[in-house]
Design a protein around this ligand. Sequence first.
Ligand code: C5P
Length: 251
Amino acid sequence: MTRGPIAVALDAPDLSTMTAWAVAVGPHVSTLKVGLESYLRDGDAAVIAARTASAETTGLPCQLFLDLKLHDIHATVAGAARSVARLAPDFLTVHASGGADMVAAAVRELPQTRIVAVTVLTSLTPGDLVRMGLLPPGADANDVRSLAERLAIESVAAGARAVVCSPEEVAGIRAALRDQLPDLAGDTVLITPGVRPAGAELADQRRVATPVEALNRGADLLVIGRPITEAADPAAAAAAIVQEIADDRGR
Ligand code: C5P
């Protein structure tokens, strides 16, 4: 069975639901994402359960993506990174808007982990960013793109080895990295949430694409949560997306 380039967001209401999802989807996907909802409630047990559950069916655990979206002064982020070092996550997220020094602090503490810089949340529209004063009045999707590109470049130059962006920004970020940081571009994993199979509910996501579109625009890893975890059969939903990706690649 091939594991698809998908990180399933295990945003579960309790540990046993999270574990059941990990058992169901583990054989189909490369990565399991434990985020704030599970980690703040269940702590290390959530990470250990995700790893163990995904190894049960195939013998090989999925990659572990710890999505804590750290955003604080450098010393605090460094301390937070040290606090999760024992879990040896494959990925750990920080907000790019915390600045290059904050990103570098996390990188220094966890040299074996891919520090992931989150650029602009996929739930935000250009209008939201204007209202918050982060973009000038009249700003549109192009301005969001250039903001995301600047945040990505800053973070990768500071040592981040992965970037989270919307499917709308992924091609621009890939091009900007190749242009401005050619030595680092090849080893930078571009991760896109805001992925919805055709016809799926958008929920709170705004800047979205289908899995195949996101990969064709240059994403390396897709974060998908509710379209899989809220399906009647999460294993079948994950398998169907992986099959759709394989069919497109075989074309
Ligand atoms: O597919 P779904 O919308 O359920 O996925 C939501 C997951 O993606 C959540 O775990 C959320 O934290 C994560 N995420 C996001 N937007 C970002 C970064 C991460 O939606 N910019």
